[in-house]
Design a protein around this ligand. Structure first.
Ligand SMILES: Cc1cc2nc3c(=O)[nH]c(=O)nc-3n(C[C@H](O)[C@H](O)[C@H](O)COP(=O)(O)OP(=O)(O)OC[C@H]3O[C@@H](n4cnc5c(N)ncnc54)[C@H](O)[C@@H]3O)c2cc1C
Length: 423
């Protein structure tokens, strides 16, 4: 007698950014029948605009575990994923004299070390001796995370997208989807060409599960299915400047700006606008205030700033741009099933999942979180409860912790308070 073979679960992943491609590739690697839908090209939105700063310097245990796993995979991909490379580079957190946040740094670093991270508090003079490219005489305290690095985010998405396609994922770029109702066959989605306007659906398909990893569009996409998640897009900015820079990555916590080496000089950014942005209508060019502000920070933070040569936001900046990050009320992402969270009539039999709200840290967490989502979806489809001891889902990221209509202030993603208290 032949044993009946269960058909592979069919899963649609909506969003061809870092989170979506990782989820799709990891689902396929675990035997699922996967279709990845992206309305533009892979890496068309936030993942293609990210700075590529990667670190595990978090104080909270869940964040540390995610950061550590992500970096482990980035390093492994460097060896095994054609078209992708990871450059190891220490990450400096610098706090200036007079900044009250300075007092919190030693305890924050202690917590990072308790979770096994290679991070230490460094005296500013010693920091200056180790990294002559940085100016340190105005600092009160600094910390160095040794396990960090950087990459080109778009190359990760494209390389992993190609691998996913080789492993059997149907990669449907130029294809926007809308969510349809829950049916007996699973979750329905409507597929249309991205170029097409209006509501008419070209095709309707049922999947056992749908994962929404649509970045800044997540909230509006889910709203069509009657699911409300408090994931609010906000605008951040970055630039590439011509400079001889071979120092570490650095986050000037007092100035709220970061920098890293870049093949064309250095990349610097933040320029957070802590107000909700419309993902279909936001300014994609960087603002003058951002270019001028970052140029001033570079003058102050780089040792070469002592010379007569000052950064000129007009002539030294070769590229600058704005993109979107997504905020949640507590700064943690929403990752997991959403049907039951939304009071779906078939609660307990989830077919709709979300992975969004990364608060500026979505790219560096994508290798770990895509893996978690892939394993979580398959566990949920197999009947494992979200809270079960063997559930891959992360309790702190449960979408059900929110009603979805919360009002909240958007907090800057890299800020020390955001990182130190794990919120
Ligand atoms: C300037 C800047 C610098 C940043 N720097 C860093 C950094 O150094 N480190 C870090 O970790 N993070 C950084 N981030 C944040 C990071 O970019 C995001 O957290 C991350 O890219 C989110 O990935 P994602 O896959 O969730 O979303 P996205 O990359 O936005 O992907 C979502 C995709 O869904 C698609 N989509 C939307 N609606 C639909 C639909 N209806 N149908 C089909 N497809 C759809 C979109 O086209 C998009 O490609 C930065 C962001 C910006 C803007």
């Amino acid at each position: 007698m032949t044993e009946e073979v269960e058909p592979a679960p069919s899963v649609a992943v909506v969003g061809g950014g870092a989170v979506g491609v990782t989820t799709a590739a990891d689902l396929a690697a675990r035997g699922a029948d996967v279709t990845l839908y992206e309305r533009g090209e892979l890496a068309a939105e936030s993942s293609g605009l990210a700075a590529g700063v990667l670190y595990d310097a978090y104080a909270e245990d869940v964040d540390t575990a995610v950061g550590a796993r992500a970096l482990e995979r980035f390093r492994a991909f460097d060896r095994t994923l054609p078209g992708f490379s990871f450059t190891s580079c220490p990450y400096v957190i610098a706090v200036r004299e007079g900044d009250p946040d300075a007092d919190a740094v030693p305890a924050m670093v202690e917590r990072m070390r308790d979770h096994g991270r290679e991070v230490s508090v460094v005296d500013p003079d010693a920091l200056g001796r180790r990294f002559p490219a940085l100016r340190t005489d105005d600092l009160a305290v600094a910390a160095v995370a040794e396990g960090a690095g950087w990459t080109d985010p778009a190359s990760y998405v494209r390389a992993l997208g190609e691998r996913a396609a080789r492993e059997g994922v149907a990669v449907e770029t130029g294809t926007a989807v809308a969510l349809g109702p829950r049916t007996d066959a699973g979750r329905e989605i409507r597929v249309r060409d991205a170029g097409e306007t209006g509501e008419s659906a070209v095709e309707t398909r049922d999947f056992d599960a749908v994962v929404v990893a649509a970045g800044a569009h997540t909230r509006s996409l889910l709203a069509d299915a009657g699911v409300t998640v408090p994931v609010v897009p906000y605008r951040v900015q970055a630039l590439v400047a011509r400079a001889e820079y071979t120092g570490p990555m650095a986050y000037d916590a007092t100035a709220d700006a970061y920098l890293r080496p870049h093949p064309d000089g250095l990349l610097a950014g933040d320029g957070t606008e802590p107000v909700p942005a419309d993902p279909d209508d936001y300014r994609r060019e960087a603002d003058d205030w951002f270019r001028e502000g970052v140029s001033a920070v570079l003058d102050e933070r780089l040792a070469s700033g002592d010379s007569a040569e000052r950064f000129d936001p007009q002539s030294d900046v070769s590229r600058s741009w704005a993109g979107l990050c997504t905020a949640t009320p507590d700064g943690d992402p929403v990752v997991g099933p959403v049907d039951s969270a939304a009071g779906d009539p078939v609660a307990g039999d989830p077919a709709l999942f979300v992975a969004a709200g990364w608060q500026g840290h979505g790219f560096m967490r994508a290798p770990a979180m895509g893996e978690t989502v892939a394993e979580g979806v398959l566990a949920s489809l197999a009947g494992v409860d979200f809270d079960a001891p063997d559930s891959p889902w992360i309790g702190a990221f449960d979408p059900a912790r929110f009603d979805g209509d919360e009002e909240f202030e958007i907090a800057e993603g890299m800020s020390l308070s955001n990182r130190a208290d794990g919120t």
